[in-house]
Write a protein that binds this ligand. Sequence first.
Ligand code: CA
Ligand code: CA
Length: 283
Amino acid sequence: MKWNWSLKNTKLTIAAITVFASVPAHADFTYTDFSDTSGLTLNGTTIQAGSALRLTNAAYWNSGSVFTTTATALGSLNSFSTYFQFRITNSGGDISDASGPGADGLVFVVQTVSNNVGGSGGSIGYGGINNSVGIEFDTFDNGPGGSFNDPDGNHVGIDINGNIASVATATEPTLFNNGNVWNAWVDYNGATNLLEVRWSQTTNRPFAAQLSSTIDLIDTLGQDTAYLGFTSGTGLAWGNHEILSWEYRDSFSPITTVPEPDTYAMILIGLLGITVLRKTANI
Ligand SMILES: [Ca+2]
Ligand SMILES: [Ca+2]
């Protein structure tokens, strides 16, 4: 009898696992680096470069992207919070704009396809990707008006439906392509439809958003699942555009504590030290 009872329970467990497995997509995820790119689809010029994802190389007319391979069900109220680190190195080429060598930047994208890439150059690998929202970190001034409508050669913009002419922009005085690590936070509150963007050269999340806009994410996507990722483009100017780490939460849950391996190491060393001291002192 006991065996039968166990078998029944096992069957129930298997049934439960089967039901659970059919729930669409993962929710929260973290890539502390990209030494393992499982779960991601690399498109165009994107390569794994050591522990980084290199979207474009320091070369003419590159266009690359990376997106989650599986569609993610957007969370409660379709909100999300994300944090990522990027770095742009070896900037060179055309210096016809006022922001020095290098182009064209990179874009964080929420969209409905996993394996596409937008246009190169000023389109930053994002131009033409419909049913999407993009947060561009634009490092080349393609000029005012027209299809680009750049305010300057170093700004952040919120883009809709593959239109690289942003609905809102904010200028950053320090060049994004200075070779340093930059930190970025994007939060979308589905209750208010408020999209907020923050960035810093430190891992301390700025208190106030530097850029925000109200958008209807579900209306824009046309569905309540999405592929998440990044795009980049180069043209007559270029740079290595790399994503170094990435955390995503499927709720409005701003990421304020950034795990740093060195911090964990210091805590561990501290605890070991205390243990040794207590044993030595016999307390
Ligand atoms: Ca531009
Ligand atoms: Ca722009």
